[in-house]
Design a protein around this ligand. Sequence first.
Ligand code: PLP
Length: 465
Amino acid sequence: VLDFEDTGSGDEAVDLARRHLIQPWPTAGAIGAEARGLIGEGDGIYITDGKGRRLIDGPAGMWCINVGHRREELARAMYDQAMQLSYNTPWYTMNEPSAMLAQRLAAHAPGDLSHVFYTTGGSTAVETALRFMQFYNNARGQPEKKLILSRGGAYHGSTYLSASLNGRPRDRDWMDGADGLVVKLTAPNPFRRPAGMSVEAFCDFLVDEFRDAVRGIGAEKIGAFIAEPVQASGGVIVPPENYLKRVRELCRANDLLFISDEVVTAFGRLGHVFASGDVFGIEPDMITFAKGVTSGYFPLGGLMVSERLLEDLRRSNHPDAMFAHGLTYSSHPVGCAVALKNLDLLEGGILDHARKIAPYFQARLKTLEELPLVGEVRGMGLMACVECVADRESNDPLQLDRQVGSRIDAHCHELGLLVRPLINMCVMSPPLIITKDEIDDMVTILREGISRTMEDLRREGVWRG
Ligand code: PLP
């Protein structure tokens, strides 16, 4: 959390925020009384802070500004649509952009994921997927089949049920959840696998654990498994090779719905519109998406659903059973119009660029492993994580690690880069339009930020690396 006590041009906003704003994820001690780093402008891969400093937007907002800031085409699409039709009720009317977008998304989705249900963001997309699973199993006469398998390290949202799936440290320390509905499995994090175990053996362990859980609980009680193909907020955890395919097969064999949460990985972050099929070779039953679908210009999310599931419902013994679920802003015409234009930009060269530049992005960041504070740099496509460890031998996340991300962020901010600090990790997921030179700038700043942090820690006598 950046706290600019003395922000020049932003003083009034800072003051107003302290008096009237509740920020997301506040702590009790600061709730309703904090200001965060003021951002005034965005342009391309850059943002400008309240002091007028230009920074590379390292996390692309929250993994969402995929085509970059200040794209006139997107602004115009929103304006044009708002002037034509700003809203219509999706309860008993429809609009053209939502249908056109649905068709284009279906064309990119793997397998028979032919239909879209639009939401307002990622949490509501995940919530919709889970409620759909419940409805589906009620309608086909299996009301006991409702448990959800999730994993350590996962992040799926901030609504009650989606948040109940979250498995990152601290997410649930002070929050309630629908614990009776969720079973958590081990995070598929090769970096934290048991000492002495190969990655292949770790993958076997994860698959065996999954199989054992299904056997132990009974497939007749489990409705779905949900997974981010690459765990994003958990620290860009790329699972072992073939892990997703093997678990997908287990889901199919046991009649569990596989929900692929692509809120981060879709819309070019891994070089494709959806990563499940094109990158991981799997056909989920549902895919949730948000963020990059509008490059963050409008709050929109959604759920791709398999034709097979819809057929099952249409043929069930309960044709009058109602999926009593919908949002005022489902199928929002302005959101769908901007998503259509965003898709034009992605298909018109940005996806190709993201695929081409990704190896350079990963290779340049990987050089940071030379620094003794860095335990691992990992990633895929245009998402990466620099994980710092106090003790490289044991990869031990010691107490010291907890502030390391914020310390690096503070130094990088001075140097011109916004970092997303996550405890001891720095996540990098810039706009997909980033060039090689800009990647060089980003890595140079990050290297300097980490080096300065190491000096600080040595000077304070808390680290001897
Ligand atoms: N799923 C994943 C994988 C996410 O990373 C996020 C947000 O970061 C969400 C769901 C929740 O999305 P939102 O914040 O748009 O509700």
